[in-house]
Design a protein around this ligand. Structure first.
Ligand code: CP
Ligand code: NVA
Length: 309
């Protein structure tokens, strides 16, 4: 059966753990090498990844291109607006055609139903490069970063500040799969997707939703935030005003554990969801997090191709 990676649950907890271990091993094995040199085993030699982007991207695009290069294969970027998809060819027909031409597809789109449609008509693996619902590849990179910085995942206390968005949905999903806890501090009306919350709670994770920033970060091992306005959303002044009490600044970081780490998927809106002092401060691991998009996605690709358990 074709392995799609639309959400973390498509792989499951054991496969995510295997992906993380593989990413740690592969990253260590190529330490100090030029970034474009293929890994010694070049496991995706002769394979091409097609990448459809309906929205802007720096990290996701570049990390998938470098991931394929390091795995010995190639990646092909397609701006959706320049494809026939952009002038009405259906997602299903696009999927059927690309399945004959490339070996796997990454798509960044708005409506999650589009990636489900793409996967339903694809004979090759489809990977979620971000939808309005979720951003699973980002969270594998986040977990990899936390492991590298000495955090064990089971029982980890994660604090999320700000908007209940796509990145948070995948963090909540990961909590259920890998048995950690999330306390969300958000303004009323900006809570996360209820289905993800219920699923994680049913799997045994503690998911708290509070409307006070200090309460959210108290005793946290990790503090995470993201832009208050995601791509495709209005930059509404009332939303920004409601979010300011949830800004991650030095005073707020001081309420987490002394050895807490700070994560942000980037791009950051400096001075909004986080201050420069936090983004560039000693607890921030955001540049490792960004680099780890490459290492995490290499192992996600290998899982998708059936080369990892
Ligand atoms: N974090 C992330 O997905 O960044 P890009 O939008 O630059 O891909
Ligand atoms: N929540 C953000 C993440 C960007 C990587 C967005 O969807 O725009």
């Amino acid at each position: 059966m074709t392995r799609h990676f639309l959400n973390l649950s498509d792989a499951g907890g054991d496969a995510i753990a295997a992906i993380l271990n593989d990413a740690l091993d592969r990253k260590a094995a190529r330490k100090g090498w030029p970034k474009g040199r293929p890994d010694a085993d070049a496991p995706l030699k002769d394979h091409t990844l097609g990448m459809i982007f309906e929205k802007n991207s720096t990290r996701t695009r570049v990390s998938f291109e470098m991931a394929m290069r390091q795995l010995g294969g190639d990646a092909m970027f397609m701006a959706a607006g320049q494809m026939q998809l952009g002038r009405g060819e259906t997602v299903a027909d696009t999927s059927r055609v690309l399945s004959r031409m490339v070996d796997a597809i990454v798509i960044r789109t708005d409506d999650h139903a589009k990636i489900e449609d793409l996967a339903a008509h694809a004979d090759v693996p489809v990977i979620n490069g971000l939808t309005d619902l979720s951003h699973p590849c980002q969270i594998v990179a986040d977990l990899l970063t936390l492991l590298e910085h000495g955090k064990a995942l089971p029982g980890l206390e994660v604090a999320w500040l700000g908007d209940g968005n796509n990145v948070l949905a995948s963090i909540i999903e990961a909590a259920g799969l890998l048995k950690f806890n999330v306390r969300i501090g958000c303004p009323k009306g900006y809570e996360p997707d209820a289905a993800f919350v219920e699923q994680a709670r049913a799997a045994g994770a503690r998911i708290d939703i509070v409307h006070d920033a200090a309460e959210a970060v108290a005793g946290a091992d990790v503090v995470i935030t993201d832009t208050w306005v995601s791509m495709g959303q209005d930059h509404a002044h009332n939303k920004i005003a409601a979010m300011f009490p949830f800004q991650v600044n030095d005073a707020l970081m001081g309420k987490a554990k002394a050895d807490a780490k700070f994560l942000h998927c980037l791009p950051a809106h400096r001075g909004e969801e986080a201050t420069d002092s936090v983004l560039d401060g000693p607890q921030s691991v955001i540049w490792d997090e960004a680099e780890n998009r490459i290492h995490a996605q290499k192992s996600i690709l290998l899982w998708s191709f059936g080369l990892l358990a």
